[in-house]
Design a protein around this ligand. Structure first.
Ligand SMILES: Nc1ncnc2c1ncn2[C@@H]1O[C@H](COP(=O)(O)OP(=O)(O)OP(=O)(O)O)[C@@H](O)[C@H]1O
Ligand SMILES: [Mg+2]
Length: 252
């Protein structure tokens, strides 16, 4: 029997026929404001509710800001951090500033992948994490695209090897069709793409599972919403956008 990790994101596990196959490394890609960070944080929070420890690697935002943002969705991680089942790895501040001095896990030079992996291994060991989110991997290789594949493969070795089921957030520009470059796209076990598209003056959110090793999955583009409780995916609706505009079709 294939072991799966439930994301707990309403509608999303249905699209994957039960959840993400255990130990998969999933590339979560999308343009700015498409909901990648919220998706990742919701995945970790839902794990904590099931007693599954988790780690969020913050490369884009200050850990203090991460805690605040999560709290706004009702995901207060304070107690989990205190009991040691949740950790934020600070790969943002470089250890600079008063607030950074209070962080337990700090990567002084986030551009140094081996240093980041060292801190990550220690954090996984100490928390017993089974879910990890890296937000975002693009930050690590943004100015050095040639190392992208190497970075993802190194992360995969550790994340999958230590038994975690992980999400690597990948930033793409608004007009880019891909998911973050050929190197990382092939190295990942799964690819989920979040989109935000404008049709006649309105923005529509939708997502599609492009690949997921080890399972069948929906081959359709599904609409989703972001609410103040997080993401809701409409697994029984299909999003169709074309020259004629946007259409949402109910499946039955
Ligand atoms: N409480 C809320 N209710 C509804 N929508 C919200 C709420 N909070 C945030 N959003 C939406 O979520 C978006 C931000 O989502 P998120 O931070 O996950 O994006 P992202 O894909 O990580 O973007 P980036 O690549 O810029 O980091 C906002 O632009 C807004 O549209
Ligand atoms: Mg983000």
């Amino acid at each position: 029997m294939l072991e799966r990790v439930k994301t707990g994101i309403p509608g999303f596990d249905e699209i994957l026929y039960g959840g993400i196959p255990k130990r998969n490394v999933v590339l979560l890609s999308g343009g700015p404001g498409t909901g990648k960070t919220i998706f990742g944080q919701q995945y970790l929070w839902n794990g904590l509710q099931l007693g599954e420890p988790g780690i969020y690697v913050a490369l884009e935002e200050h850990p203090v800001q991460v805690r605040l943002n999560m709290k706004q969705f009702g995901w207060d991680v304070k107690n989990y951090e205190r009991e040691g089942t949740f950790a934020i790895i600070d790969a943002f501040t470089g250890g600079i500033g008063e607030a950074a001095k209070r962080e337990k896990y700090v990567v002084r030079n986030p551009g140094d992948i081996d240093q980041l992996i060292g801190v990550l291994r220690q954090a996984i060991r100490e928390t017993g994490a089974v879910r990890v989110v890296v937000d975002s991997v693009s930050t690590i290789y943004l100015t050095r695209p040639v190392i992208a594949r190497d970075v993802v493969l190194k992360l995969k070795k550790v994340l999958s090897g230590m038994g975690t089921t992980s999400i690597l957030i990948s930033q793409v520009s608004v007009t880019e069709r891909g998911f973050g470059g050929p190197g990382v796209e092939h190295a990942a076990d799964g690819i989920v793409r979040l989109d935000l598209d404008e049709y006649s003056g309105e923005l529509y959110r939708s997502l599609i599972v492009w690949k997921m090793r080890g399972t069948k999955h929906s081959m359709r583009r599904h609409p989703f919403e972001i609410t103040d409780k997080g993401i809701i995916v409409y697994h029984n609706k299909v999003f169709k956008g074309g020259p004629g505009g946007a259409k949402i079709i109910e499946l039955r």
